[in-house]
Structure formats: structure tokens, C-alpha cells
Design a protein around this ligand. Structure first.
Ligand code: SD4
Length: 301
């Protein structure tokens, strides 16, 4: 019996959640579903936080961070990877074809090319123009506006870094996280998204968690791992996310009004929840027909 298949994803990444859901209902495993779900924003030039069309670094280079993790503590990651359309798949390849967990920069790019990934220019005309305009502004090295400033109603074009968690019919959890990171970041900057335990963590018997927002804040508290540990000690997914957000707010040296952190969590029996520091955070949930309404999330089907 397909007990509790589920997909949850950060922001209104409806198309990604649907794609992952379709893989699950076709009988594929959670890791395939998570990987193929996040391919959608990676390939979408209008998504300025992920993959193709993602905002470049200060010098105009698009550098991508991504990771995957499955229910058996297998994991792979890439950071500061250039010229590859699907960094999530390179992360998976690191996991499956090397003895390592993480490759960065030129090494990651070389590995991807050796593995047959095609080099692709990820800087679109629109993102090049936006970067050129940014270079002319006086604030050309400040913190990017936090997501809370995006107060328009949730719509299909409301998207950002994607963390996606999937649960398949064999009750296996997996997750993927992929981003172009902080727009106009310092060259070499790596955020939380490719760091196992910060942007993503999966413990097949306890639960999975992923994060979005200012990655420096997530790294500080090993965010996704903190959420999973809170679930291990009995908190619900939502309460676990809330506890991690509260810890982050307590310990951060940053001004909490200027940062955003949003966490999502999913358990092996299909319970999900989320919490964020600032209002304006949304997430998308895809569940079987008849499943109870998720607290807070946007139901995609
Ligand atoms: C990062 N956490 O690189 C990512 C950015 C993000 O919504 O999640 N934006 O810090």
C-alpha cells in the first residue's frame, strides 16, 4: 500500500513538486524524484536564484551550490560549480561515482565534464543586464534584500532557492537542495545549500529537513541537522523547524530584522511542517488524495 508518499519544497516551487510527485507515483524512488523535481528550477531561466539565469557573483560568474542526500546517509555535493545546467545531478554523481562527498570550483567542473555533462553558459542576457546595472549602484556589496520584502501575493513566478524533500511508497526519504546563492556574492562564497547538515539533512528513520534564506545563518547552527535532531527527540516537523529558527535568532550576531531563514521538514510517515523567521515564507506540499490538509503549506494537488 502506498502509505504516505509526499513531496515538500521551499517557496512556490509548484512545478518542481509536481514533477517530483509524478516520479513517485510512477513508482520511482525518493532520490530520483527529488533530483528530477529540482531540475525544473535549475533549467528555468526566469528563476534568478537557481541554475540557468541565476544571479552571478560580484564578477559576473554564475557559481552554483547543490547537494543530495538519501535515507541511508549517502550524500553528495558540489559548490561554486560553473557552467553546468544541473548541479544537483553532479552532486548525485559525486555521491555515486566517487569516494568523496563534496567537490568544489574547478575540480567540480572538471569532474562534471569528465562525466559527460555538457558545458553551458548560465548567464542569460537578462541576468547579465541586471548584474551590469547592479555594478553601477552604490550598494554594490551589501546584503541582498530578504525575502520578506517580497510582499506580492504568492504566484507561479514566486520562487527562490529550492530545497525539496520526497518520501516514496517504500517510506524512503531523500532530499535535494540547489541554488545560485547570494546574488552578487564575493567570488568563492559558498552558502548553506550544498553543506550536508546546513541546507539539507536526511535521516531515513527520523526525518528530513531543508533550509532557505541567508545561508551564513543556517551554517552557524547546522540548521537542517538541528531540525532533524529535534524530530529525533520527539518534536513534530513544525515544532522542530520552529525550535531551529528560535535558536538561530537567539545566537546570531546579525540583526534578526535583516535576515530570513525558513525550514521545512518531513518524516518517514508523511508528516510535514515548516517555520520561518520572517513572514512571507511559503512552501509547497504535494500529498495523496484524501490526506489531511498540511498546516501552512500551499497544497499543489
Ligand atoms: C544561500 N540559502 O546561498 C541560499 C540562498 C537562499 O532563498 O536560500 N535563498 O545562502
Amino acid at each position: 500500500v502506498p502509505l504516505a508518499q509526499a513531496v515538500i519544497a521551499t517557496w512556490d516551487n509548484r512545478a518542481a513538486a509536481e514533477a517530483a510527485w509524478n516520479r513517485l507515483t510512477a513508482g520511482e524512488g525518493a532520490l530520483d524524484a527529488a533530483e528530477q523535481g529540482v531540475w525544473i528550477p535549475e533549467a528555468d531561466p526566469s528563476d534568478t536564484s537557481v541554475g540557468l539565469g541565476g544571479r552571478p557573483d560580484r564578477d559576473g560568474k554564475v557559481t552554483l551550490d547543490a547537494c543530495v542526500m538519501d535515507h541511508q546517509h549517502r550524500c553528495g555535493a558540489v559548490a561554486a560549480l560553473q557552467d553546468i545546467l544541473h548541479p544537483v545531478s553532479v552532486a548525485r554523481r559525486v555521491m555515486e561515482a566517487t569516494p568523496h562527498v563534496m567537490l568544489v570550483g574547478d575540480g567540480a567542473r572538471e569532474f562534471a565534464l569528465q562525466q559527460g555533462f555538457e558545458p553551458t553558459d548560465l548567464l542569460t542576457d537578462a541576468s547579465r543586464r541586471a548584474w551590469e546595472a547592479w555594478r553601477e549602484t552604490p550598494e554594490a556589496q551589501v546584503r541582498p534584500p530578504i525575502n520578506v520584502e517580497r510582499r506580492r501575493p504568492v504566484s507561479a513566478d514566486d520562487h527562490d532557492t529550492i530545497g525539496l524533500l520526497a518520501l516514496d511508497r517504500r517510506a524512503r526519504l531523500a532530499g535535494a537542495c540547489t541554488t545560485s546563492g547570494w546574488g552578487y556574492k564575493l567570488p568563492g562564497r559558498v552558502g548553506d545549500s550544498p553543506i550536508i547538515g546546513a541546507g539539507l539533512y536526511v535521516d531515513g528513520s527520523v526525518g528530513a529537513a531543508t533550509a532557505t534564506g541567508h545561508g551564513e545563518e543556517m551554517i552557524r547552527i547546522a540548521a537542517a541537522h538541528s531540525v532533524v535532531e529535534a524530530m529525533r527527540f520527539g518534536l513534530s516537523p513544525e515544532a522542530a523547524c520552529q525550535s531551529a529558527v528560535e535558536r538561530l535568532a537567539r545566537v546570531t550576531p546579525s540583526d534578526t530584522r535583516e535576515i530570513q531563514a525558513g525550514f521545512l521538514a518531513l518524516t518517514p510517515d508523511g508528516a510535514s511542517g515548516a517555520w520561518a523567521l520572517q513572514p512571507g515564507f511559503v512552501y509547497v506540499v504535494t500529498l495523496p488524495e484524501g490526506a489531511p490538509e498540511p498546516a501552512g503549506g500551499i497544497r499543489a494537488r
